[in-house]
Every structure is written in structure tokens, then in C-alpha cells.
Write a protein that binds this ligand. Sequence first.
Ligand code: VG1
Ligand code: CO
Length: 550
Amino acid sequence: MTTEHVKKAKHVKTQAFTDQKPGTSGLRKKVKQFQQPGYLENFVQAVFNTIAPCKGKKLVVGGDGRFYNREAIQVIIRMAVANGFSHILVGQGGILSTPAASCVIRKNQACGGIILSASHNPGGPDEDFGIKFNGENGGPAPEKLTDAIFQQTLSMEQYLSIDADDIELDQLATLQIEQCQIDIIDPVSDYADLMESMFDFSAMKSLLAKGDFRLCFDAMHAVNGPYAKEILEKRLGAPAGAVINGVPLTDFGGGHPDPNLVHAHELVDLVYGEDGFDFGAASDGDGDRNMVLGKAFYINPCDSLAILTANANLIPAYAKGIAGVARSMPTSRAVDRVAEALNIPCFETPTGWKFFGNLLDAGKITLCGEESFGTGSDHIREKDGLWAVLFWLNLIAVKKQPVSEIVRNHWMQYGRDYFTRHDYEAVDSANAHEMINQLKAKIATLSGQEFAGVKVTSADDFQYIDPVDNSKTTAQGVRIYLENGGRIVFRLSGTGTQGATLRVYLDCYQKDPALLEQETQQALGELIQVAESVAGIKQFTGRTKPDVIT
Ligand code: VG1
Ligand code: CO
């Protein structure tokens, strides 16, 4: 850490914190924790120390607009100048969706970017804040880097900053502080241009112009509002008002910016109501997740990935074919069946987008996704909510079929992977860990045993060896495979900020055409009992039912 080349840079004494280990997607804590003196600064300095030297490099900064976003950006700019960066690109108003940040990093050949978001976690003075670093490929820092950043935080004694006034974030401008040029950029245009270059906008325009296809996009008062308005309303001609809750608010209007059937209820009412909309979509706090709905019809994200893969050849960007696909381990195996039919490789990775980065960079995969409403491709290195919505709209425009028909035809051809995730939120952390530990201790003896009348065929604690750099990641969730073809996965969330969140993932394959239209919880009823019987969820969590079912 040197200040020689920045005249006004000053060393500020600080004390290390011991709890700055990044989780599934960056460091997430309560706003109050981030507001402690030095807390944000220490983490940012740890990032800069890890990627040093910063001298002469370009950095992208932006966030999802939640409470503390603007204050954090001012801190980061002062520190980035003091650390020697020569160029900083900041989204106007402090706004950059996660996919747009990835796009801007790549387009401008920056050395990386700092994205301020706690994604789907609520925002506000008593809620959550988050920070993550993405590298020059535009993707989340791999584990090697996040581990190094964490090590830096443990011994942090000082950080670098300068004395400078806050800069004006709301006007597009180019400023100079010391050696550093700061550009306040339009957060939407680069991303919108990229989308326009990938999809058949004229086919989608015709679809929307017909007037008998009604669409609604719920931005959930989060970052994607301006992006959705520009792309759906301005460039594609959807009627004004098609985007609802389109202004980013610091507290997301008091809601939970998580695009699922529970939290996106306003949208759900519109597509399920009388004379429901033909197409509904929502995205999360930072714009990287998506939920897509047809008229009174829900698409499971695992099915969505499989269907996009099966139909990629209909989209201009993928017309030449796709190299391979990947899904996170808990995601259902629906996409595996499509990959097999297409004769392309299918990779199974740990939870979190950072594990797709190497596969994408190496050209081994083109599309990838997670059960948690995240889908994406090699166009950037993050999951991308609006991209998935546009992919679906493009498919509908080309196939000239409603969403429900596209999905049902897919099930008829490939069979259906019933999938559900049960979340037990904010449970006692010690109990949750004890439950997982006891499961792990049983793994070796599970095979052959029966639970709730169903025999276990195999079980393991998922580990992953990256096929590109051979890095090994262990303890990624307990997988239990059953004789009836079902699978149960238990893991603890790495994004929560309160207690522990237990996630139980259940999936089962069905290819009998007469059994493709069952209610999901019913179809998985037997597996739900097996999960309880094998793990003792009630006993350990004290809960009789999950908080959220998706
Ligand atoms: C959750 C999801 C995971 C996703 C992660 C970040 O992690 O399960 O699939 O990648 O959130 O998503 P966890 O550890 O809580 O299960 V988000 O949209 O930050 O952007
Ligand atoms: Co997100």
C-alpha cells in the first residue's frame, strides 16, 4: 500500500473485523454493521490490496440503489482515487444492475468492478447491504480471490483515502480528481444495446404491436425498472405502464425484491386474475434473477433453463449452436436431458454464479442456470434477469405459442422434473449446523436404508473439481438419491444475514404422459416425507413447515 503517486492520499488507521468472509455472492450484512467506522473501508481496501497494483487501472462502481448505496459509492470513489486507479466508471445515480455492471466491465476492459447489492434481501436502514467484487471477465470473484480478500481483512490496520467532497452522481459527466478520471455513465444504454444485438427485436415488436398479447414486468421497486422501461417500453413498444414498480427505491417499497410467487404477488394477481395477462415477469433487487409466468401458468426456473437450451437455435445470438450447459447442483436435472439429446456436455457446479465463470471463459458452456431464478449465458459473466425475459419473449414471438403450450410440449418430449425448494429462514444457527453435521455423519450408511418407505440408493456431500483450473470446492450440500428416481439436497444458505437458512431441494422425474399435470407439492409428497424422516427437520429447526416454498 503506497501513496507516492497520489499527492493527497492519506493513511487512515483502522481495526480489523473478523466477520468479513464473503458468502455465496459477496459480503452481506445488516446496514448497521456496514455503517460502523471502517467496516466498508476495510473490505474495500482488502479488495484493492488483493488486486494490487491498482495504479493506472480502470474500475467500475455501481449498485442496486438500496439504502446506503450512495454513501458507499462516495467512500469507494475516494478510496479508489487514493489507491491509484486512473479511471472510474460510475453508474448515474449510483445505479448499475449486476448484469449491466458485468457488461460495462467487459465492454470497457476494466480490471473489475465493485457492485453494491444484497440482491433479494430487503433494503432500508434496518435491513441488508452487500458488496462484491467482479473481475476483468465481468464475473464474480472466484473462491481463490474471495479467500485472499478475507485473509486481507483479518489483518487490516489502515486504508487509503483522500480528502475530497462528495461528487455529483446524478448528472452524466466527466470529472477529474488528482490522477483519476471519473465518468458518470448512463447505466442502461450499453446493456440495452447488448440485448438488442442478441435477440430478434423486430419479431418481438410485432408480437407486442398486435395488441392481443399483454405483458407486465414487475421491477419490484428494484434496479431493473429503468432497464425494463428502456427495453420493453421504449425499444420494443410495450405500452407505457407495462413495467410496474419501475422506480428503484432505497427500501424497495418495503417489499422483498425476490421474484417468486410469494413476493411478486402483485404480478401474480395480474397473470392469474380474470382476463389475466399473457406474459408476466419479475426480477430481483440487483436485476440478475427472473421469474417468468404465462397466463395463469408458472415456469419453474429449472424447466426454464431446459426449455431455453432446447430452443436456443431459434434465437439469433445462439443460432450457430451452443457449446454446452451447466447447472448448479441443487437445480433439477431437466437440462441434463436436453443436453443429452443435443449431444452437448452438461456440468454440475456448486451453488453461486462464480462457479460458472471458468466454464464460460473457456468456451465449454454457452448457457447456465440455477434453481433460484437465475439464468444466463456467455454474453456476460453474471446471471441476467432481463435477458431471460427477452429470451422467452423471442421464443414466443417465433414459435407463436403461449407459454403454457411451449412448456407442456417440452414435458411431453422430455418428461417432467418436478422440483421444489423448501426454505426454513432465520433458524437457530447451531441447530441448523448440527442437523447438517448429523446428516453428513450418516452419509456412509444411508445407502440401502429405507425412510418413509423409500430406499436410498446413494448419498454424498457434494464436492466440485473445476475442470478448467482443477480447484476443489468441498461441503456444498448433502445429496440423497432414492430408488424412486427422486433426489433430496440439504444445504445452508450463504447469503442470509440472520441465523441460518436451511434449504431443502426436492426433485423427481416423471415421464408418464398421464402424470405430467400434477400439483408440485403433491407430486413430491412422498419425497417431502422422506426428507423429514432422514433429517429430522422439525426437531432441529423447531418448525412445522417451511417459511417459503418455491
Ligand atoms: C442464493 C441462491 C443461489 C444464488 C445466490 C446469489 O444463495 O440459492 O443460487 O446464486 O443466492 O443470488 P444461497 O447461498 O442463499 O442459497 V443473488 O441474486 O445474489 O444475486
Ligand atoms: Co440477485
